[in-house]
Write a protein of this length. Structure first.
Length: 350
């Protein structure tokens, strides 16, 4: 057990004890949420996955899409892997994998230019890569308050704010290119989460930017289906796009939005939809976590039923082989989901 994890668990126990004395109902709610635990088999898999990810880190601190191959979306993949390490209690100066986290963080900081754009990313997917890298830096800044991160994080956030679409059906959203004019839910969710992570850390984010993003997400809802479309007013609902939408609403603070509960049910009803399943589950996990209670317990149990038997093992290392994006992506995302009951990611808290 990492020293930081032990310290935080002790702090949580003390907090719950004090909460139970002063606010009995709050303590009951916390007990329900904390009934979801990382059991021994899951912890062993998380440990093995972190070992495997460490073995796949490139010399410059980055990770790539495929194990053993360099140069494939290093900015995005490094962001995803850093989130996995943070979900297990690792920071640049704390945890068994502090060295790997610090090296990955420095890679992202080195890639961020004075214009707020990351170098070396695929132009066709730019804002997607920009979003996850900024999320990782936002969480790292919130945990460390490093001045070196803050200055560059502000640049990345400014780019997101200035590229939001300002009018029409797509108002409030983002698309792949760093310019206003078009939008879809998959790119929008990344920017929304990045804004929330930065705002949690004290970075200035205009409320109007968030409000407009929320309205765009709402316009993507599809009738009474409970699901969301890829773009506002276009197409039918789907598992991945619904997961992205419900997560967007919640990280913007709209936990009790009328669209949240039907969307949660939609995810349960369509959880076997294999189109972009890993991608969608990466959003569905924190979305159901923030709902909490029995919803989160049922979702986490389902995810364990899928992830534990499907993991691949090489000695003491573990990884998942995903055909959507690659092994690094799948291993980072699934490790993060399994580690959620440890409550290390501030972004996932209400």
């Amino acid at each position: 057990m990492y020293p930081l994890r032990a310290m935080l668990r002790l702090t949580l126990i003390v907090f719950l004890a004090l909460t139970a004395f002063a606010f009995p109902q709050a303590a009951v709610d916390a007990d329900v949420k904390d009934a979801v635990i990382v059991d021994t088999p899951s912890e062993q898999i998380i440990t093995g996955a972190l070992r495997w990810l460490a073995s796949q880190q490139n010399a410059n601190g980055s990770w790539s899409v495929s194990a053993g191959r360099k140069g494939e979306h290093p900015v995005a993949m490094t962001g995803y892997v850093l989130m996995a390490y943070m979900a297990a209690g690792n920071l640049p100066e704390q945890g068994e994998y502090a060295k790997q986290v610090k090296s990955g963080m420095e890679f992202l900081l080195d890639q961020l230019g004075v214009d707020g754009q990351f170098r070396g990313v695929d132009g066709g997917k730019y804002m997607y890569n920009h979003g996850i890298a900024t999320i990782a830096l936002g969480e790292l800044y919130g945990e460390t308050r490093s001045p070196a991160i803050r200055e560059k994080l502000q640049r990345a956030i400014k780019l997101i704010i200035t590229t939001q679409t300002e009018k029409g059906q797509n108002k409030g959203g983002w698309r792949y290119q760093p310019r206003p004019g078009d939008a879809d839910i998959s790119v929008t969710v990344m920017q929304v989460v990045a804004l929330r992570a930065a705002k949690n850390g004290g970075i200035d984010v205009p409320q109007q930017t968030i409000d407009d993003a929320v309205e765009y997400v709402r316009r993507c809802s599809v009738g009474n289906s409970g699901g969301f479309a890829y773009q506002a007013g276009q197409g039918g609902p789907g598992y991945a796009r619904t997961a992205a939408a419900i997560y967007s609403l919640q990280v913007c603070g709209h936990y009790d939005d009328p669209l949240v509960a039907p969307a949660s049910k939609y995810l349960f009803d369509h959880k076997f939809d294999k189109q972009f399943w890993a991608y969608g589950s990466n959003y569905a996990g924190p979305a159901q976590y923030m709902i909490g209670g029995d919803t989160w317990k049922r979702w986490y149990d389902y995810m364990k039923q899928v992830l534990v038997p499907s993991v691949k093992r090489v000695g003491e290392q573990c990884y998942w082989d995903d055909h959507e994006v690659g092994q690094i992506y799948a291993t980072a995302c699934f490790t993060t989901i399994l580690a959620m009951p440890w409550h290390y990611i501030p972004l996932y808290q209400r």
